[in-house]
Design a protein around this ligand. Structure first.
Ligand SMILES: Nc1nc2c(ncn2[C@@H]2O[C@H](COP(=O)(O)OP(=O)(O)OP(=O)(O)O)[C@@H](O)[C@H]2O)c(=O)[nH]1
Ligand SMILES: [Mg+2]
Length: 374
């Protein structure tokens, strides 16, 4: 599904881990390859049908229409992590429906998934269990008819091989989520696109719709039952010949897909690194501008502070000068007052002295007169 949300991880971390997944496709096969799920005791009249398709397309849901044991996902995270086998009963036969994990899984790499499917197919080949056919599901709502959609179809084609394609049903799901007319138009596009289903149809695939629950699911299985069993699938033949997974036809396509993804991711990493470098430069320029502005502001504030100090100093000096002048004026006034008082006293003393002198002379005169009288 195109709108499937990715788990929360940083973009670079996700890209790096996806690139590193390439290393898992080695000549020894995927690391930690799981042991194939053992097949139940299958007899010659029993039928084995694999259900494939990218994650979330509705494989488990399809099987659940025919068997009660299928576990359907919640539509957000990939659900079927490993291959599981579900039994159905149709036309008097036991049908074993193989639920496979889909490519484009949210938690596992395509390499891990291919490794598991290939291991299972090899085991069934070794156990001489014949697959009656494959139901390859595609959501009609998925508009990826280019890019990874085409690659996934190529992977499927190389996994089956041309001979086995006549036992394949290409079935579309999710019809209820789209207006019928639009869905039919999209189905026509899938069929007419050579790179998509067009190329597969030339080899005898059948296009059907999974649009009516158990009715359409039964119709699809019945169609496969009516076909001649394909014998072996391409990958089974290749692995039986000892071809390492990476050198099988599907392995090569997967390698191309991983290389293309790695190129795309590297471009994304480069673009992100350039973006980070650009943001760093922007941040540095911003910081330098801020520093410059802060310096200017501090200088201005310093100047203002200095000017304020100078003004305060001048005010203080003016005040002091005023106080000094007032003091001087007061002192002068008091001095003048004292001088005036002294002058007054002096004048009085002089007058007193003059009076005394006169009095003394009068006294002298008086004594002389007394002498004359005697
Ligand atoms: N509306 C609608 N929902 C569907 C249809 N088919 C499946 N779903 C829903 O799609 C979601 C995924 O379905 P699953 O059957 O778990 O998908 P899957 O292909 O098995 O997915 P993985 O196990 O992750 O590979 C579930 O919520 C289903 O109920 C359909 O035809 N119509
Ligand atoms: Mg599933």
């Amino acid at each position: 599904m195109t709108e499937r949300p990715m788990p929360r991880r940083s973009t670079l971390e996700r890209i790096r881990s996806q690139i590193s997944s390439k290393n898992k496709l080695t000549k020894e096969g995927p690391k930690n390859e799981p042991a194939p799920v053992p097949l139940p005791n299958i007899g010659p009249d029993d039928t084995v049908i694999a259900v494939m398709g990218v994650t979330g397309v509705g494989k488990s849901k399809f099987i659940s229409h025919l068997s009660r044991t299928a576990v359907v996902g919640d539509g957000v995270k990939s659900c079927t992590a490993t291959i599981s086998i579900h039994t159905a009963f149709l036309e008097g036969r036991n049908i074993y429906l193989i639920d496979t994990p889909g490519f484009d899984d949210t938690t596992r790499t395509d390499t891990e998934i291919l490794g598991e499917i290939a291991a299972w197919l090899k085991k069934s080949y070794d156990d001489k269990v014949q697959l009656a056919g494959i139901v390859y599901l595609h959501a009609i709502t998925d508009n990826r008819v280019g890019g990874s959609g085409v690659t996934n179809i190529r992977l499927f084609k190389e996994l089956c091989g041309e001979k086995a394609l006549s036992s394949v049903v290409l079935a579309t799901t999710m019809w209820d989520l789209m207006p019928r007319e639009k869905a039919e138009k999209r189905e026509e596009e899938l069929i007419s696109n050579e790179q998509f289903w067009g190329g597969l149809l030339q080899h005898g695939c059948r296009v059907m719709r999974q649009d009516d629950g158990s009715v359409s699911a039964t119709r699809i299985v019945r169609h496969i039952l009516a076909q001649k069993a394909p014998g072996t699938f391409q990958i089974q033949e290749e692995m039986a010949n000892g071809t390492p997974l990476i050198e099988t036809r599907v392995g090569k396509v997967l390698e191309e897909k991983i290389d293309a993804q790695a190129r795309e991711f590297n471009e994304q990493i480069k673009a992100l690194q350039e973006e980070i470098a650009r943001l760093k430069l922007e941040r540095e320029a911003e910081e330098a501008k801020e520093r410059e502005e802060r310096k200017e502001r501090e200088e201005r504030e310093n100047q203002e502070r200095e000017a304020e100090k100078e003004r305060e100093r001048q005010e203080w000096e003016a005040q002091k000068e005023k106080e000094r002048q007032e003091w001087e004026a007061r002192e002068k006034g008091e001095r003048e007052k004292k001088e005036a008082e002294f002058q007054e006293r002096l004048k009085k003393l002089e007058e007193q002295s003059e009076k005394n002198t006169k009095e003394k002379e009068e006294l002298k005169k008086t004594r002389w007169q007394i002498c004359v009288v005697m």
